[in-house]
Design a protein around this ligand. Structure first.
Ligand SMILES: [Zn+2]
Length: 465
C-alpha cells in the first residue's frame, strides 16, 4: 500500500469523522458532497469556524495601521478607506472561503446606528453570494470612546488646543440602549435565515454603560438571541474594569443575567481562574484569538490551564492572523504550540484544538448540527511520508495551510472546487475594492496627521497608569 493510501479514519470525537477516499466512510458523507468529487488522498472534514472577526476586505497594515498596543492601535482604524460595505465584506469572506473556512463570526464595525440596517444587509448579501455561513454581531456601545475611565476628555491634556478642537468634532453621540437594541432586532427580523444568524454585539464592557449591558441581558433573555462581546483583552482593560466593578466585571455580568449559554466572549486574555470557573458554570463560550493578542501585545489567553469542565473555547482570526493572511489553519497551529506547555505529556491535544475550532465554533455562530465539509489535499501534506498511518490531526496541525483546501460545501451547496471559488469573482472584487480605497486616499492624508496625534495622546494617557 502506498503512503497515504491507507484506510484512515480520525475520530476527533464522535461525529467528527475525517473521511479518506478509500474508506467506507464515504457512505457517511452528506449528500452535498458527491463521491466522484473527491480525489485520491483527499480528506473530507467539517471546516473550522472563524469564531471572531470583523470582515476586513482591506487589512489594517495596508492602510498603514501598524501593530501596536491595543489602545494605541485603535485610533489607526480611522485610517480605513471608505469603501462599499458589500464589496469590503465580499473580499473578506472570499478570502476566508478560499482557505476552506465555511462559517465566520462578523463583528460589524459601523458606529452609525442610521447606517446599521443598510450596512448589515450589504454584509449579509456578500456572505450569501460567496456562500458561507455568517453570524453577524450588531455593534452596541455608548460609553468611554477613546479612553477608559472618563472618555475623550481624558486625552485633552495630551493634545494641543487646536488639535483637541479638530479631533473632538468626531466624538460620536450614541443612541439610547432601547434604540440600539431595536436596530439590532430590525436587522435580525429582516435577515435571519438558514445561513445567517444575527446577534447582539456589545463591543466590550469598557465601551458600554451599565444601562446598555443590562438592557442587552434582558433583551437576549426575552428573545433568545445570542450575544457576542469582546472581554478583558488588554491589561489596561483589566485595570479599568477592576476599578469600575469592585466585585469583578465577570461577577457583575452574572449579577445582571448577562452570562448564559447564549453568550460568547472574545479574547478573555486577562480572565482570572475564578472568572473562568464562573463562565464555565454559566455555559459561556470563550473565543481565543492568539495571533491578535500577540500582535497587539495583550498577552496569551489562559487556555492551557483550563480544566476539561471549561469554559468551552473556539478560535478566531480577529483580522490580525499570524502571517496577516487570514489563514485559520495557521492560527490553529499557533494555538496548539502556544498552549502545549513544557511537560512530558501534552495536555493541549490535537483533538482538543479541532473540537474547539469545529464544534464550539459552530455553537458561537449558532450553526450546530450542520453538514458542511471541506476537502483537503491531504496527499500533498504527506507526499514525502514514509509511514502509512500518521495521525491526520497531527499532520493537519503541523502542515496544513489554506492553500491545501480544495473544495468547500456549505449548507448543501458547493462553493469551492479545485481551490477556486465558484460563485464569485474573488480577484475582480479585490481589484475593484482597492480602486475604491485608493480614491479615498486624499481624504485620508489629513486624517493620518490627526490619527498620529490621537495615538500619541492615547499612549501618553495610559503610560501614567
Ligand atoms: Zn475583535
Amino acid at each position: 500500500m502506498s503512503p497515504g493510501a491507507a484506510p484512515g479514519r480520525l475520530l476527533l470525537r464522535p461525529g467528527h469523522e475525517i473521511a479518506r477516499r478509500e474508506t467506507d466512510l464515504l457512505r457517511h458523507l452528506p449528500d452535498c458532497v458527491p463521491q466522484a468529487a473527491i480525489p485520491d488522498n483527499a480528506l473530507v472534514m467539517p471546516p473550522p469556524v472563524n469564531a471572531h472577526d470583523h470582515g476586513y476586505g482591506i487589512r489594517t497594515l495596508d492602510f498603514g495601521n501598524l501593530d501596536d498596543a491595543l489602545e494605541v492601535w485603535i485610533p489607526g482604524l480611522r485610517l480605513r478607506p471608505r469603501t462599499d460595505p458589500y464589496l469590503e465584506a465580499l473580499v473578506a469572506f472570499s478570502r476566508l472561503a478560499q482557505t476552506g473556512v465555511g462559517a465566520t463570526m462578523h463583528c460589524h464595525n459601523s458606529l452609525n446606528i442610521d447606517r446599521l440596517v443598510e450596512e448589515a444587509g450589504a454584509v449579509i448579501r456578500a456572505a450569501n453570494d460567496v456562500g458561507i455561513r455568517l453570524a453577524l454581531s450588531c455593534p452596541l456601545l455608548d460609553y468611554d470612546p477613546w479612553a477608559y475611565d472618563g472618555g475623550p476628555q481624558r486625552l485633552r491634556p495630551f493634545l494641543a488646543p487646536e488639535d483637541w478642537d479638530e479631533l473632538s468634532a468626531s466624538i460620536p453621540n450614541y443612541a439610547p440602549p432601547s434604540v440600539q437594541i431595536a436596530a439590532a432586532d430590525a436587522v435580525a427580523a429582516a435577515n435571519t435565515s438558514a445561513l445567517v444568524d444575527v446577534q447582539y454585539g456589545p463591543i466590550g464592557p469598557q465601551w458600554c454603560s451599565n444601562a446598555l449591558l443590562e438592557a442587552i441581558a434582558e433583551a437576549s433573555a426575552a428573545s433568545g438571541r445570542r450575544i457576542h462581546m469582546h472581554l478583558l483583552e488588554s491589561p489596561r482593560q483589566r485595570q479599568w474594569l477592576d476599578r469600575r466593578f469592585p466585585q469583578g466585571v465577570v461577577r457583575y455580568l452574572d449579577e445582571i443575567g448577562f452570562l448564559s449559554p447564549r453568550l460568547a466572549v472574545a479574547h478573555g486574555v486577562q480572565l482570572r481562574a475564578d472568572e473562568l470557573e464562573l463562565l464555565a458554570g454559566r455555559g459561556v463560550q470563550l473565543v481565543s484569538n492568539p495571533s491578535a493578542n500577540l500582535r497587539l501585545r495583550s498577552g496569551v489567553a489562559p487556555l492551557a490551564t483550563l480544566p476539561e469542565s471549561g469554559p468551552a473555547f473556539a478560535f478566531g482570526l480577529d483580522g490580525t492572523g499570524l502571517d496577516d493572511d487570514q489563514d485559520l489553519w495557521r492560527e490553529l497551529r499557533l494555538a496548539h504550540l502556544l498552549h502545549g506547555g513544557r511537560g512530558l505529556t501534552r495536555a493541549f491535544a490535537a483533538a482538543r484544538v479541532f473540537d474547539a475550532a469545529i464544534d464550539v465554533g459552530a455553537t458561537v455562530v449558532n450553526a450546530r448540527g450542520n453538514d458542511d465539509r471541506v476537502l483537503v489535499d491531504y496527499g500533498a501534506l504527506i507526499a514525502d511520508s514514509l509511514i502509512d498511518d500518521l495521525d491526520e490531526a497531527e499532520v493537519l496541525l503541523a502542515r496544513m495551510t489554506g492553500a491545501h483546501a480544495k473544495g468547500l460545501y456549505v449548507g448543501g451547496q458547493e462553493i469551492m472546487r479545485d481551490g477556486k471559488l465558484i460563485r464569485v469573482d474573488h480577484e475582480g472584487a479585490r481589484a475593484e475594492l482597492l480602486q475604491q480605497a485608493r480614491a479615498d486616499l486624499p481624504r485620508l492624508s489629513g486624517e493620518r496627521r490627526r490619527v498620529a496625534k490621537l495615538a500619541a495622546a492615547t499612549r501618553a494617557y495610559y503610560s501614567g497608569w
